[in-house]
Design a protein around this ligand. Structure first.
Ligand SMILES: CC/C=C\C/C=C\C/C=C\CCCCCCCC(=O)SCCNC(=O)CCNC(=O)[C@H](O)C(C)(C)COP(=O)(O)OP(=O)(O)OC[C@H]1O[C@@H](n2cnc3c(N)ncnc32)[C@H](O)[C@@H]1OP(=O)(O)O
Length: 225
């Protein structure tokens, strides 16, 4: 437990250094203060196996953890709450982490710095149903946005989605496991272009969705509101 907390804090520190190093304006006056706290509260890392994870999700998780051993990939921790919000928003939770184990978004992301790739292993639970038996398109879009968002934020700093285009090619069965594979294609000034696909877990034979996205690095001189 202690070791995983220390590892999580280390990864968070690395991510923070990367964001600030790659983009000094990551010290955006509002967002940086909200996103990174120096308080030493150790929240629960939710990007780790729990009993709701299926055999396939565990298998893929183990495969990626093996890839982390030589340092080419790293697992990204994920937390429900953040100390970044002010008191009146103390109920705020990361949208994708607001469900009990197994009911909503179960996922873990891995990052490869050399390839500028982020892979998300995702199991969508029963509260994410759209057409009976299948995942809601909004839930799929959410996880695509989160995955490409992280893929943009690590090299790009403080970014927001400006555009997200998704082709939904096949419906995703509820509670199945999919792999969201995203990559940074191009950076032009403040614009980061990314693409990703969503495939069936383990065999990756079924192409469920494809997406392209544009993220913009926030300009610290501009107000968000
Ligand atoms: C993302 C994760 C970040 C950090 C990680 C930290 C912690 C991790 C914790 C959790 C991770 C969870 C990840 C979740 C990811 C979710 C991300 C989101 O969903 S963000 C929410 C949805 N997006 C928004 O609400 C954004 C709303 N839009 C805006 O606020 C603004 O439009 C903007 C995107 C900030 C851009 O405004 P600016 O005034 O800064 O830029 P502009 O001067 O307007 O444009 C610059 C440049 O870009 C071109 N452009 C802008 N929008 C578009 C577009 N839709 N399509 C094409 N091109 C666009 C514009 O033409 C300019 O181009 P240029 O003239 O060539 O420079």
């Amino acid at each position: 437990m202690m070791r995983s907390c220390t590892a999580a804090l280390r990864t968070l520190r690395v991510l923070r250094c990367r964001l600030e190093g790659a983009f000094p304006a990551a010290r955006h006056p509002v967002l940086a203060r909200r996103w990174f706290s120096t308080e030493k509260v150790i929240p629960k890392d939710q990007a780790l196996p729990n009993p709701s994870w299926s055999k396939d999700l565990r298998l893929l998780f183990d495969q990626f953890m093996k890839k982390c051993e030589d340092g080419s990939w790293e697992r990204l921790p994920s937390y429900k709450n953040s100390k970044l919000v002010k008191e009146q928003l103390s109920q705020a939770q990361l949208f994708t982490r607001g469900y009990e184990d197994g009911l909503g978004f179960e996922y873990v992301m891995f990052y490869n710095d050399d390839e500028k790739r982020t892979v998300c292993l995702f199991q969508g639970g029963p509260y994410l149903q759209g057409v009976p038996g299948f995942l809601h398109g909004g839930a799929i879009a959410t996880m695509i946005d989160a995955t490409v968002g992280v893929c943009a934020a690590i090299p790009g700093g403080i970014v927001m989605t400006a555009n997200l285009n998704i082709n939904f090619k096949r419906p995703i069965p509820l509670c199945s496991v999919v792999v969201i594979n995203s990559q940074l294609d191009k950076i032009e000034g403040r614009k980061l272009f990314l693409s990703c696909d969503v495939r069936s877990g383990v065999d990756e034979k079924i192409l469920y969705s494809e997406a392209t996205s544009l993220f913009i690095k926030l300009d610290p001189e501009k107000s968000l509101t």
